[in-house]
Design a protein around this ligand. Structure first.
Ligand code: ZN
Length: 454
């Protein structure tokens, strides 16, 4: 890579760490809509902060009414886009570090948003800063777009694309290296059914607030006493699963402990809602809970819904029950399925409906897969940049995660976690390794030079 750019990047380390700490300390979880703050005041505060920092670095910055901003280097008509986001998922359970403390221990920074997606976005911004300060002439300009609603409804990108022309080609530093050129199709369903009047009665349960998070803990209050608590604990022992049951003056409070994670990556995780419906069904809860235990339960491959399938480009379908609430006598919950590129989404939805008799099923999202050919200039240059900086041969891969990449006609996900990194996005004790983030910044600079320099 260009010596000057490389040296500059090295000199930025402290500044990068300090800025990332300040960004992570802003809890930009989606909140209540306010004036000029469509995703809540904290998200708006984060956006303003990022815009101010980018302006200080000398870039041309434009705001889009609290939905997004863009940060541009160069004035060539043709552009390379870099798409990141400033919003974060809610904290969730199980943290040992303060979730918005940005504490550093053993070369790692801990906090919600460190890896998804503030750390990677900021690494790419510092790559742009190095290219700018090195005075490299550009044949394509570089436009970073930072959105504020990636973790929820993507309203930010709808607003952005309605108000300006988005570049055709680019990458999103919001997943992992080397390059993800295939994103699975997405099918999000919401289901609802009246609770059974017969059988054991559940008094209250409300687990999960995002359909794309594997719930790490679920709690239900069930009518009954010591005998029921004993039975629940025995079920846990028999299945070798962590279950707690406590007798209270209102009933038995049951807690199932899962392993939280991102819905698109269920390997090695355990869904606490899945555990809970299996346990409640075994204890004698009837109707919708029993149906859910049979059709979903603790599986994550959609097999009980008749949806299991796979292909060679994209791998197997995954399915996550992220939310399950008992509200006003109705069970309400969600399913998040990530499906192979050529899957028939309508057929999958129909199969899910058929396996959930008695439920009203609503389609929240049905998004086709996204694929950029491995032979394209974009993919081949990104892979070349990755190989040059890491010394490793690499080829493009597929994911179940949805990134901003598919907002671009020809967009791929590119970093910032490395293939052997632990997957920490959306999880407790989310962190980034600071050495690795500096390496990611080098890869971004290398890639941008290949795609944009004269
Ligand atoms: Zn993200």
């Amino acid at each position: 890579m260009n010596q000057k750019v490389s040296g500059l990047l090295e000199s930025y380390r402290e500044e990068y760490v300090r800025l990332l700490q300040e960004w992570v300390r802003i809890p930009s979880v989606k909140g209540e809509k306010a004036d000029g703050a469509p995703f809540g005041r904290e998200v708006r505060r984060m956006l303003d902060r990022a815009m101010a920092d980018a302006e200080k670095m000398g870039f041309a910055v434009r705001g889009f009414d609290g939905y997004a901003c863009d940060i541009t280097l160069g004035d060539a008509e043709e552009k390379i886009a870099v798409l990141g986001h400033l919003d974060v998922v809610p904290v969730g359970d199980g943290w040992t570090y303060p979730p918005f403390g940005a504490e550093i221990a053993e070369g790692k920074m801990f906090g919600r948003g460190t890896s998804d997606d503030k750390g990677p976005s900021l690494a790419a911004l510092f790559a742009m800063k190095a290219i700018r300060e090195a005075g490299i002439p550009l044949k394509r300009s570089i436009r970073m777009i930072l959105g504020c609603d990636e973790e929820s409804g993507w309203e930010d990108m709808a607003y952005y694309t309605a108000h300006t022309q988005i570049p055709k080609i680019g990458f999103s530093p919001d997943a992992s290296f080397p390059v993800i050129n295939t994103e699975k199709a997405m099918l999000h369903l919401r289901f609802r059914a009246p609770a059974a009047k017969s059988g054991l009665q559940v008094i209250s349960m409300a687990t999960g607030d995002r359909l794309n998070v594997i719930p790490g803990e679920s709690r239900a209050l069930v009518e009954g006493g010591a005998e029921l608590a004993e039975k629940a604990a025995e079920w846990g022992k028999a299945h070798n699963l962590p279950v707690e049951a406590r007798v209270t003056d209102k009933g038995v409070e049951i807690t199932t402990i899962g392993i939280t994670g991102h819905s698109a990556h269920p390997e090695g995780r355990r869904n606490a809602i899945g555990m809970m419906v299996c346990l409640l069904s075994a204890l004698g809860v009837e109707g919708p809970v029993r149906t859910l235990a049979e059709a979903v339960g603790m599986t994550s491959d959609g097999s009980g819904l008749g949806c299991a399938c796979r292909d060679d480009v994209s791998g197997a379908l995954t399915c996550n029950m992220g939310i399950l609430h008992l509200e006003d006598g109705y069970w309400m919950g969600t399913l998040d399925m990530r499906c192979p590129v050529n899957a028939d989404l309508k057929a999958l939805r129909d199969s899910a409906c058929m396996h959930l008799p008695g439920f009203e099923v609503e389609t929240l999202e049905m998004k086709v897969a996204h694929h950029v050919p491995a032979e394209s200039e974009l993919v081949s240059q990104l892979l070349a940049a990755y190989s040059e900086e890491t010394g490793e041969e690499a080829s493009a891969v597929s994911t179940g995660g949805g990134t901003y990449a598919k907002v671009l006609e020809e967009g791929v996900a590119f970093g910032a976690s490395f293939p052997d990194d632990e997957d920490v996005a959306h999880q407790a004790n989310e962190f980034v390794d600071l050495d690795r983030m500096m390496k990611a910044a080098r890869i971004y600079a290398n890639a941008l030079l290949r795609l944009a320099a004269e």
